[in-house]
Design a protein around this ligand. Structure first.
Ligand code: ATP
Length: 248
């Protein structure tokens, strides 16, 4: 589905991604784990193409020079350099870090905005699906985004991404700052999204433990480099990984 080879991203002279190669197959959940500043968001911006927008903005403002190199294949096609909106139309949808919902708009408005790429019938069907996996949102349809709890905002952010009809969903630190109970709800929903909708998912997190049970494969990022990869079992059985990333 997606294969990234030897990705390099420089912010001016600062190397944020160093020769990172990762892949995500059809119907897979792939985890990318790493501490603060490991490069998780930069990776998600590079896969979704948002980095191209950031780069242009910086160039126009006379700011820092951003350099992106490497190979990015999506469903057999080279998408390096393609704009984020073209990638979104092709099914690569980013659910960004810190939720970024529209705080002044209601739940239903947020979801409808997410569905602007979808046809009317797709949007209706997906809206029903979002309310099925997140019943809390169905009860809060008219509530303004800014008045939702952190967990509800994350549900809304994921729901909005689903409305955009992803084939590959990129979830950037969806569990950040949320209670274990809410985390469990979101992890369960993430698995359902793969199993019921056949959507492939790449999910980043600082801590591997809550999402590890649902990943097929995972990568560990350290200072911009992918230092380790393996199946869920490989990582669970690696003693260094266990102590550093799973807290066990
Ligand atoms: P976090 O968990 O804190 O979000 P992260 O793993 O997502 O971290 P990134 O946000 O990708 O990490 O950052 C990787 C490195 O690149 C960091 O050292 C960060 O300071 C740097 N960086 C990120 N964005 C920029 C930018 N626009 N200009 C300069 N440096 C940046």
């Amino acid at each position: 589905m997606l294969e990234a080879r030897a990705l390099m991203v420089f912010y001016e002279n600062m190397l944020a991604l160093n020769n990172v190669s990762i892949a995500c197959g059809e119907d897979q959940i792939v985890g990318v784990f790493g501490a603060n500043s490991a490069g998780k968001s930069t990776l998600m911006y590079t896969l979704s193409g948002i980095i191209e927008d950031i780069k242009k903005k910086e160039e126009m403002a006379g700011g820092e020079r951003i350099t992106v190199m490497g190979t990015l294949l999506y469903r057999g096609r080279d998408i390096m350099g393609l704009s984020p909106s073209r990638r979104a139309k092709a099914g690569i949808i980013l659910c960004p870090e810190r939720r970024r919902i529209f705080t002044e708009s209601s739940v239903i408005e947020n979801l409808r905005i997410g569905g602007y790429l979808a046809s009317g019938s797709q949007a209706r069907e997906t809206l029903e699906y979002v309310f099925k996996i997140f019943p809390a949102l169905a009860r809060l349809k008219k509530r303004v985004g800014g008045f939702l709890s952190g967990g509800e905002q994350q549900m809304l952010a994921i729901g909005r991404s689903l409305m955009a009809q992803p084939r590959l969903l990129l979830l950037d630190e969806p569990l950040m700052g949320l209670s274990p109970l809410i985390q469990a709800t979101l992890v369960r929903a993430t698995r359902e999204i793969r199993d019921e909708r056949g959507i492939s998912i790449i999910v980043t997190e600082q801590y591997a433990r809550p999402v590890l049970p649902i990943v097929n494969h995972a990568f560990i990022l350290e200072n911009g480099s992918a230092v380790l990869e393996g199946t869920r079992e490989d990582l669970m059985n690696n003693p260094d990984v266990r102590s550093a990333y799973f807290g066990v």
